[in-house]
Write a protein that binds this ligand. Structure first.
Ligand code: GAR
Length: 194
């Protein structure tokens, strides 16, 4: 059993089901991390329940209560700064982050996106991949910078698109791979292998 002090503290931001969060929780020992806090901008999401079930501190910060993106992000910054985490991990966090936030945690924010970046940034990635006649879809873990889904790529995993795939079946196949990819990518970043 690793001593607690040698674990890297991380904060995870979520907005939804949290299946990637679950995979990070399940692999935390192997990665060598302690998830100090999970923050959601959406109330009652399953991601919060997953964290609570694992005894992880959670916080719901409603972006609707703030006048601007910057005000909401400042609240996030204040909360995260109390922890001073090694990494801020976005796991299905469906909000664009301001320059202030990205500057506050420069080089420490990573995200998982359900496409083979730089292809299909933004939303509705699976339908767009199918409509474009792509042979492969996939997932990418990348550092977050000031442009949407554009930072340095840490790891990617391809998934073949079958003729019979719908956006729904493809999303399920990609998500399964995401669960393997994200823990590996976090481990890689923490080992300074990127
Ligand atoms: C995942 O497919 C993730 O890649 C995607 O949202 C889903 C969250 O699922 N993220 C984005 O689209 C970010 N732009 P989860 O809540 O079950 O982890």
């Amino acid at each position: 059993m690793m001593a607690n002090k040698s674990l890297f503290n991380i904060v995870v931001l979520v907005s939804g089901s949290g299946s990637n969060l679950q995979s990070i929780i399940d692999n935390a020992g192997d990665i060598g991390i302690k998830i100090q806090l999970v923050i959601s901008n959406k109330s009652g999401v399953f991601a919060l329940k997953r964290a609570q079930k694992s005894g992880i501190e959670t916080e719901f910060i409603d972006h609707n209560n703030f006048q601007s993106r910057e005000d909401f992000d400042q609240e996030l910054i204040n909360r995260i700064n109390k922890i001073n985490p090694k990494l801020v991990v976005l796991a299905g966090f469906m909000r664009i982050l301001s320059t202030d936030f990205i500057t506050a945690f420069k080089g420490k924010i990573i995200n998982i996106h359900p496409s083979l970046l730089p292809k299909f940034k933004g939303l509705n990635t699976h339908q767009r991949a199918i409509d474009s006649g792509e042979k492969f879809a996939g997932a990418s873990v990348h550092f977050v910078d000031n442009k949407l889904d554009s930072g340095t790529i840490i790891l990617q995993q391809k998934v073949a698109i079958e003729k019979t795939d719908s956006a729904k079946t493809l999303a399920a196949k990609v998500l399964k791979q995401e669960h393997i990819l994200y823990p590996k990518a976090i481990k890689k970043v923490l080992a300074n292998e990127i």
